[in-house]
Ligand binder design. Sequence first.
Ligand code: KG4
Ligand code: ZN
Length: 350
Amino acid sequence: MIVLGIESSCDETGVAVYDTAAGLRAHTLYSQVAMHADYGGVVPELASRDHVRKLVPLVRECLAQAGLQLSDIDGVAYTAGPGLVGALLVGAAAGRALAFALEVPAIGVHHMEGHLLAPLLEENAPQPPFVALLVSGGHSQLVDVRGIGDYQLLGETLDDAAGEAFDKTAKLMGLPYPGGPHLARLAGEGRPGVFTFSRPMTDRPGLDFSFSGLKTQVLLAWQQSDQSAQTRADIARGFEEAVTDTLAIKCERALVQTGRRALVVAGGVGANRRLRARLDELAQRRGVAVCFPRPEFCTDNGAMIAFAGALRLQAGQYEDAAIRVRPRWEMAGLSPLATGGDSGMGIGDS
Ligand code: KG4
Ligand code: ZN
């Protein structure tokens, strides 16, 4: 089955073709980062308009890369939420229209399920059950993945998401948008141990996170410092170590609590090198497997949507032709993957 996937939930337009027999055939991505940089963050209306401009050319380019025609597509998957409503509507409308014209089934995919399943695009990826750490700009969650679509939330952030904490911390030290990757690069030049920040909520049981206090600690340290380039790098280093350490401590707890033997990491912060090294070390020490998507599939992309959609379409799940999106959408409410037959995943059912 050949599935076209469309991602348009925020500031990246992503398109991909996933073939359930041959794997990922092609993927194309357009990032709006340069456009939003002038404003210091994503401007929703500009994001929607740019998705409108870029989506159709990207679909054409992706099909050409895969050596396919529109008529080869057997199904369409698009991100139906969570995300910016206008941006989501662009992908959903295009996906639905395409499926209607081609007379093929289409399905709305949960963006975070896309992230969560992205590691499975890699070779030798573990199969469920496993623990997943989802760390993006909008979410920080630990999830017990009992099967595809069968997700139990183990812990989540009580305030800022990990990526959001990176972005806000970078901003308060004057780094350009998007701050996460900039701050991570700067941390590489920072000296260890010059600034030590707390590991929030690791002193008590539980798997929830909280990162907003850390941001305040950084703000105070920055305001009271000489604000030199080296100091900025040293603070970035201290901050990155605090966040990655905290995430690793909670991952270890989640592995112990669930008894799972594999950890998968997904979402934009999953591209962070220190986090990857820290979790590699943890996995080795505990004798469990750890799996990361390649960095380009950690951040938003069409491949994860094509893949997640293909699994559900292949299992016979699809929805009627209405264009529905859900800007807010709990992942725990998804249905476990059916093993056949027509069982609508039902984003409109709830
Ligand atoms: O998953 P994603 O592309 O979009 C959302 O669904 O939110 O994640 C974007 C987030 C941003 O907050 C960005 O700053 C962060 O991931 N990020 C990073 C790195 N690369 C992206 N944070 C830390 N280190 C990185 N290397
Ligand atoms: Zn995302």
